[in-house]
Design a protein around this ligand. Structure first.
Ligand code: ANZ
Ligand code: ZN
Length: 863
């Protein structure tokens, strides 16, 4: 009989739900866990497992299923291993799609969001996750964003949140400001529109205050993937260099300050370049129309590093010059150049064409001199040469290597009072203002007399109005007829609310801490709860969050520590990033994408449309995406095969850090294994046979063989699961299953040994296949729930291989192999070796001259 996944999965999900099996408790909140062999929370170390919470877009996709299954395996394993596990789930619920739905379909963002949450929660529950649903919240819950507003005010008081005028990336389609990180190749990350530059008053979080610490602490995150740490390191972008003050030779501004990482190349300088956004450029443009036009042209390509890097290098000669700092009488021309970024370094550079590609291109284009100052050690690469070497043409630096020359140049600049060594970071403060409705309102009031006034804490939350108008362009909060008009909390005059809301990355920067005490209405964080649960021991999510979300969260934890909310600075001790799910893509004759269920494969390998029978082109295996329709709906798979089958396929097909190709045959294979498992307990007559412990007299060689493989499997699977090698864990279980089936088919199979095998297998599979494992456990006659059973441990005696097979050589020639007990006595080994027929023949009836035995390795006979 086939396994009834539908009824069984529902049964166990209800069981866990009714028993509140996964509700996590802090030690002081509980007495003893009833009916559980796991012991009281007090005596168990804590373990916090978190999978990145989903955005409630409408439906669960396969990527979610994979992400949450991985986290669930860890949570269930740790629980069985005796940890007090916290495994919560929530919703990253603010964001633009809700507003778009409101505009396009007239649904309120709130209703749209909460409807989606309800649907997706139902879908998630069908996966059978060991989630503590009692801690669930959505970031758009008033109770959550009220606490976020408190955090904002605390940050503000400490100077960690501030407001300043700045050029921003403006997305003309989404009509909002974007963080630098949200601009990809000069375009908005969501809309794909070309990003423009605008000057606005914006709120910032002072992430740069922690730049050095965020960088240095990466080395403590030894359970993070190296690639993620490297990406963060590059993003923070620390450069050691110098500031150099160049004196202008005209009366207009006195000095131009540049940042350089190569002060050693100062003797090779041939020009100065200012950013189009530099204040001196603006000053000069006032009286120079051609320069003003040049600046306008530069601004058209956007402000991002990526946009600037790909654009053609352009310069404008101002006709002005600076004096060379070291060479008396020498001057350098001042250009304005489009490749100089305003928000890096000082917004001005000196160019050394012989040793920098960009400067080289620029000098070639504008016919500036190219002065070599680094002698190449061996060989002569064409210029620009960027490697190490010895200084030349550089007066007091001549003969020094690059590193020493840098130091010496900085000392000289310092002694002359025209420069100093500095450390520069690429990391910018985090602009959090968004001109949108569906976000956490920034709790600030603007008063003509008092300026920026924080909303008093007892007036929180600043709630979103329910009746915003989404038909007009721009910010619905700003357009609202009454919402922003309030009295100033300090002078009571008419004032206006801040109408910016927080970037949604703010919401996800502290949710992991809120899960520790989600119901606390008095404060964002309950210190004792975070002291107990944090850091997150295992965080699981997509590598696409390697920079933004993780860096922001690391900043937030530091800021929460500084404002007294938490007692640590690194939120995630362990991080696992899973791969994507891919699938073949299909197109019909007209080049239109088709869903997998719209096509059918023929035995000859061709594919046709299910309805029309017309040919279908099978395309590349690509990351599942709605736009290419190469998606598989988790609901459909769970209906047809059950959650355990879906989980099994996800876990067994490839290592979880790699991309996984979803195939029908893979799902089929998983389904067949689930049914094989069921037959192990459902049809096997051995289970009802003799049920006495195996005594020495009745233990056969094949009994021992199976028992060894049981305990080896226990050791292996435990190790694999702890190292996220879930596919290897499944493989080990399958191997044991094969051995069990073979064993059961032999005439003298022992019911007790077989039962030991089934029970071990059931427990080992329980984190991965929790439903069928629970059902098997019950079928085996247990009255306790499998979910409350402790993790099996192997019998060390059965892990040792007690026999060794070694070679017997006569005069260096292999004559036989013999199997001996491990560490067999030498005289015994010799006796067995010499009794072998082949060895006797080789000795021709003579006694050996000598027998050399290397225990457990070899027997050498000298004839
Ligand atoms: C002179 C020089 C000579 C440079 C040379 C390089 C090679 P990182 O390592 O990324 O920090 N630079 C400085 N500020 C800039 C800005 N706002 N926009 C564009 N480029 C800027 O890069 C530092 C180097 O990038 C600096 O060192 C400067 O050029 C340039 F043979 O100074 B260098
Ligand atoms: Zn006021």
């Amino acid at each position: 009989m086939n396994y009834n996944h539908g009824a069984t999965e529902k049964k166990w999900q209800e069981f866990w739900n009714n028993k509140k099996s996964f509700e996590a408790k802090e030690p002081d909140a509980v007495a003893v866990a009833p009916n559980s062999s796991l012991g009281a929370e007090q005596s168990r170390p804590k373990y916090y497992v978190l999978s990145m919470f989903p955005y409630p877009s409408g439906r669960i996709h396969m990527g979610h299923v994979r992400n949450y299954t991985l986290g669930d395996v860890v949570a269930r394993l740790k629980r069985a291993q005796g940890f007090n596990v916290l495994h919560p789930m929530g919703w990253d619920a603010f964001g633009l799609p809700a507003e778009n739905a409101a505009r396009e379909r007239g649904i309120s963002p709130k209703d749209w969001t909460y409807d989606n949450i309800a649907t997706m929660r139902g879908e998630l529950k069908r996966i059978g996750l060991s989630i503590d649903w009692s801690r669930q919240f959505a970031t758009c819950d008033v109770s959550y964003y009220k606490q976020q507003q408190k955090l904002f005010l605390d940050f503000y008081k400490k100077g960690l949140a501030y407001r300043r005028k700045s050029f921003v990336n403006w997305d003309p389609v989404d009509e909002t400001v974007l963080a630098n990180e949200q601009v990809i190749d000069g375009r908005g990350w969501r809309s794909g529109a070309l990003v423009e530059k605008r000057e606005l008053n914006q709120w910032f979080f002072k992430i740069t205050a922690y730049a050095e610490d965020l960088l240095q602490s990466l080395s403590t995150l030894d359970r993070w993937p190296d690639k993620v740490r490297l990406m963060q390191e590059n993003w923070i972008g620390k450069s050691e260099g110098a500031r150099v003050f160049f004196k202008t030779t005209h009366n207009l501004p006195q000095t131009i300050e540049v940042f350089t990482t190569r002060p050693d190349t100062l003797f090779g300088a041939s020009f100065i370049a200012l950013s189009p956004g530099h204040p001196i450029t603006a000053e000069l443009a006032k009286t120079n129309q051609k320069l003003a036009n040049f600046v306008t042209e530069c601004n058209r390509i956007g402000t991002t590093a990526a946009a600037i890097e790909t654009a053609e290098k352009m310069g404008f000669d101002t006709g002005l010059t600076v004096a060379h700092p070291f060479i008396a009488g020498k001057t350098l021309p001042i250009y304005v150049a489009n490749f100089v970024l305003m928000d890096y370094g000082t917004g001005a550079i000196f160019g050394c064409p012989a040793h920098d590609q960009r400067d080289f291109d620029f000098a070639t284009k504008y016919k500036l001199s190219i002065i070599e100052v680094i002698a190449q050690k061996d060989g002569a690469e064409p210029l620009p040469y960027t490697g190490d070497g010895v200084l030349k043409n550089s007066e007091f630096l001549n003969g020094l290597d690059v590193a020493t020359a840098k130091k010496t140049a900085i000392e000289k600049l310092k002694s002359m009072g025209i420069g100093e060594g500095v450390t520069q970071f690429r990391l910018r403060d985090w602009g959090v203002s968004r001109q949108r409705y569906w976000g956490c309102p920034i709790p600030i009031i603007h008063c003509k007399t008092c300026g920026v006034v924080p909303v008093p804490e007892n007036q929180l939350p600043v709630e979103l109005p329910a009746d915003a108008d989404f038909k007009k362009g721009g910010n619905p909060l700003d357009n609202h007829p009454t919402w922003k008009h309030v009295k100033c909390p300090s002078c009571n005059a008419d004032a206006q609310r801040e109408t910016d809301t927080c970037d949604t990355f703010v919401d996800s920067s502290w949710y992991y801490a809120r899960f520790c005490s989600p119901k606390n209405d008095a404060a964002p964080i309950t210190k004792s709860a975070t002291d107990y649960w944090l850091p997150v021991d295992q965080y699981v999510g997509g590598v696409e969050h390697a920079i933004l979300h993780l860096l922001y969260s690391r900043f937030f934890t530091r800021a929460m520590q500084e404002t007294g909310h938490v007692g640590l600075k690194e939120p995630f001790a362990g991080l696992f990033t899973q791969g994507m799910i891919c699938h073949e893509s299909y197109k019909d004759e007209n080049g239109k994408w088709l869903y997998p269920e719209e096509m059918e494969k023929r035995p000859d390998g061709t594919a046709v449309h299910v309805k029309t029978g017309r040919p279908v082109t099978v395309g590349r295996v690509e990351v599942m995406s709605k736009s290419k329709k190469n998606v598989v709906d988790p609901g459909r798979i769970i209906d047809a095969y059950g959650a355990d089958t879906a989980r099994l396929f996800m876990l067994s097909d490839s290592p979880p850090e790699r991309d996984l190709e979803w195939t029908e045959s893979g799902i089929d294979g998983a389904w067949r294994y689930i049914n094989r498992l069921w037959r192990l307990v459902d049809e096997e007559p051995l289970l009802s046979r003799d049920y006495s412990a195996p005594s020495g007299a009745t233990v056969t060689a094949s009994d021992t063989l199976l028992r060894k493989s049981i305990h080896k499997t226990i050791a292996e699977v435990t190790d694999h699961l702890q190292r996220f090698a879930f596919n290897s864990a499944v493989a080990a279980c399958r191997k044991l299953t094969n051995a069990m089936e073979e064993y059961a088919s032999s005439a003298d199979a022992n019911g007790t040994v077989y039962r030991e095998a089934v029970e071990a297998l059931t427990r080992l599979l329980s984190p991965m296949l929790p439903h069928i494992a629970s059902e098997m456990w019950e079928k085996l006659g247990h009255t306790t729930a499998l979910v409350d059973e402790a993790w099996p441990t192997p019998d060390p005696a059965l892990l040792i291989d007690n026999e060794v097979t070694i070679a017997v050589q006569v005069n260096g020639k292999l004559r036989a192999t013999i199997t001996l007990p491990r560490d067999c006595a030498k005289d015994k080994a010799e006796e067995i070796a010499l009794s072998q027929d082949a060895v006797k023949r080789a000795l021709n009836g003579n006694a050996p001259k000598k027998v050399i035995i290397v225990p457990n390795k070899i027997v050498n006979v000298v004839a």
